[in-house]
Design a protein around this ligand. Structure first.
Ligand code: F6R
Length: 365
């Protein structure tokens, strides 16, 4: 049932080009619109939304952080993102037209479900992004966007995450097009990028041998840092979570510009730093931050686009990624970071599919 792969996690990493394509099926029209027939929203309702709360846990929360940036850019609606275990006890403020977006692969996460119920009790409309048709979250939400990733068996989330990103890009474009676009050029860029995404995800799987070689040294370390700015910061958070979860190497993700406010004290000779540099408008800033950690003798692996001519002289090692729109970069960057976590965990002899202390579906709070 592992289809020739050593672990479910590796199989699911390799299923991503197909999973992403399945999430997109029927949802991109020929005239470049995001089509979500399951929503079928009235114009007045869509135009009335004045606030969005995104609520989720773990990896799904990171998807929500990406979702916030694209939703704000395309709709100009203020978006808050919060982990469900905090949100549900915080007495959040709802306007009469607040939309609550919950994201849950399993659709059974206790805190996310409780947040959904609280939001409904307070009169908010709830949209769920989930992978499981008929799950509790799917049944209780007002609207449901299914990710169609197929069953995810490994505890560490991989294809569920990349397909959540796709669902959120589609939803942001759908809502923006319905309301009258604030930024048609970016919508076009995102929709065109989505069409090419299965191909880009397939190409980035070719980084597996390089990530395996890197992981063999890396697996002996006890601590690592992931840095980036903007969407790269979100990708860093997800990369660090995946690494901790299955390799048990301590990892911290930092907004690259925040390093000098404390964390730089922990950067010493040989400390591995994974630096993400896919956001063109922030590239030079990130390069400066890489130089800061290099000055303290960190060992830097940088991830940047193919064609980059500067990074090789700045970082110790560079991994080149097939170029996509920077808006879609989190979906591409996720893959080598999943592979890094996977190969480090294998190298350390860990139970990759069932990491210690963790369950696939967290139905207790
Ligand atoms: C990490 C991971 C978890 C889940 C989290 C939410 O790899 O799998 O962080 O993302 O427990 O689960 P769902 O999405 O089922 O609500």
């Amino acid at each position: 049932e592992k289809g020739g792969y050593e672990h479910f996690m590796l199989k699911e990493i390799y299923e991503q080009p197909k999973a992403v394509a399945d999430t997109l099926t029927g949802r991109l029209s020929d005239d470049n619109r995001a089509v979500l027939p399951e929503l079928d929203w009235a114009l007045g309702m869509a135009r009335g939304i004045d606030r969005i709360h995104v609520v989720a846990c773990g990896t799904a929360y990171h998807a929500g952080m990406v979702g916030r940036q694209i939703l704000e850019r395309l709709t100009r609606i203020p978006v808050e993102v919060e982990v469900a275990s905090e949100y549900r006890y915080r007495d959040p403020i709802y306007t009469d037209h607040t939309l609550v977006l919950v994201i849950s692969q399993s659709g059974e996460t206790a805190d996310t479900l409780a947040a959904l119920q609280e939001a409904k009790a307070r009169g908010a409309r709830v949209v769920a992004v989930t992978n499981v048709v008929g799950s509790s979250v799917a049944r209780e939400a007002d609207d449901v966007i299914i990710t169609w990733a197929g069953p995810e068996i490994a505890v560490a989330s991989t294809k569920a995450y990349t397909t959540q990103l796709v669902a959120l890009y589609l939803f942001a474009c759908y809502l923006a097009q319905l309301r009258g676009a604030a930024d048609p050029a970016t919508i076009e860029e995102v929709l065109a990028g989505l069409r090419d995404l299965p191909d880009a995800v397939s190409k980035v799987l070719d980084t597996a041998p390089a990530m395996k070689a890197f992981a063999q040294q890396f697996a002996r370390k006890e601590s690592a840092f992931f840095i980036g700015r903007g969407l790269d910061y979100v990708a860093a958070l997800e990369g660090a979570l995946k690494l901790k979860e299955i390799s048990y190497i301590h990892a911290e993700a930092y907004a690259a510009g925040e390093l000098k406010h404390g964390t730089l004290a922990l950067i010493a000779e040989g400390v591995p730093v994974i630096a993400l540099a896919t956001q063109d408008h922030l590239y030079e800033k990130t390069v400066s931050n890489i130089k800061e950690v290099k000055a303290r003798d960190a060992h830097v692996l940088a991830l940047t686009w193919t064609g980059d001519e500067e990074m090789a002289s700045v970082a110790d090692e560079v991994l080149y990624l097939p170029r996509v729109s920077p808006w879609l970069a989190p979906a591409v960057v996720a893959v080598p970071l999943q592979l890094l976590a996977y190969f480090a965990a294998v190298e350390r002899g860990n139970d990759v599919d069932k990491p210690r202390n963790l369950a696939k579906s967290v139905t207790v709070e």
